[in-house]
Design a protein around this ligand. Structure first.
Ligand code: SF4
Length: 313
């Protein structure tokens, strides 16, 4: 029997949860199709489909869905409202399914489920409901869920250990820079990846804010703000606190327009005094000559500071 094809748009929370999502769907016997790395066609399509006010990451997400539509039976779009009590997520993550259905109308069939811890809608309940029409045995769904979660935890742990080793073995002459951005910005082929590659060529050691022990980071975020309630932004602030003694500078990558990140940039600029920080706002306009000059200058500043601090010859 031919397998049901489920599409995962390689955008937004795919970059955070793909290990879990792919493993879970594979275990239940689906064929998982992931859209390719973001390219100019996908971006252009997403821009044409989205309303102007959408953030660039959402535009890219719609471009990825468009790529998948003719290739899959369903598009997988979890709806994440809250992951902790008294916290929330950017409204885009609550509305993705509605936005996709409104944009693509009858062309799209989705698999959706809600995670809303505030309303006691745990992920496993949503998953059981969403997948019961494909798998009649709930124990199989629960086993697939548990196994995929275990793989996700183990993968996360390996990434964290690898980053710790890199920090330990880093060449002390090279300034260490924290890439402060959401995974869907950092790892997107058109957004963060070219910047990361460029920074690597500037004799810098890079570490990533999304690779951090999450519980500790969430706790540490309170040193910078006790009021911030966007979970993923708290993780970013927590990463600064967690790594602050190990970094020489911060590159904050954000897309335009993003309310939560704009607020966090402001917080960082007011509260973080002893680590130089540069903010790069990415939009859909082409041309990166000015951007490269800014990054080169920032790298030079960090190197000079290291010499002045007596940590570099
Ligand atoms: S946090 Fe910002 S970049 Fe992320 S989805 Fe929301 S508006 Fe877009």
């Amino acid at each position: 029997m031919e397998k049901i094809k489920i599409g995962l748009p390689r955008a937004l929370l795919y970059h955070k949860y793909h290990i879990f999502w792919e493993d879970f769907l594979n275990r239940l016997g689906f064929e998982v199709i992931v859209s390719p790395e973001t390219n100019k066609e996908i971006l252009k399509k997403g821009v044409s489909l989205a309303i102007d006010e959408s953030c660039l990451s959402l535009k890219i997400y719609l471009g990825h869905i468009d790529w998948l539509l003719s290739r899959v039976d369903y598009v997988f779009i979890p709806r994440i409202v809250s992951l902790e009590k008294k916290e929330a997520l950017c409204t885009k993550f609550m509305a993705l399914g509605d936005i996709a259905r409104n944009t693509f109308k009858k062309e799209i069939k989705t698999i959706e489920y809600t995670i809303d811890i505030i309303e006691k809608q745990w992920e496993i309940f949503g998953i059981l409901k969403a997948f019961s029409k494909f798998e009649k045995n709930p124990f199989k769904i629960i086993l697939a869920y548990r196994a995929a979660k275990k793989l996700e935890r183990e993968t996360e742990e390996v990434k964290i250990q690898k980053q710790f080793t890199q920090i330990k073995e880093a060449d002390n002459e090279k300034p260490t820079v924290l890439i402060l951005s959401h995974p869907y910005t950092t790892y997107d082929a058109l957004l963060g990846k070219p910047i990361v590659e460029f920074l690597k060529k500037q004799e810098l050691s890079l570490i990533y804010a999304d690779i951090v022990p999450k519980k500790e980071a969430m706790e540490l975020s309170k040193n910078i703000s006790r009021d911030l309630y966007w979970t993923y932004n708290k993780e970013l602030l927590g990463a600064i606190e967690y790594y602050k003694d190990k970094i020489d500078g911060i590159v904050f990558l954000m897309v335009f327009p993003c309310g939560p990140d704009a607020l966090v940039v402001n917080l960082c600029q007011h509260k973080i005094k002893n680590v130089p920080i540069t903010v790069i706002t990415l939009d859909e306009l082409e041309g990166d000559a000015g951007l490269k000059t800014r990054l080169e200058s920032f790298a030079d500043i960090l190197k000079i500071k290291k010499i002045q601090d007596g940590k570099r010859k």
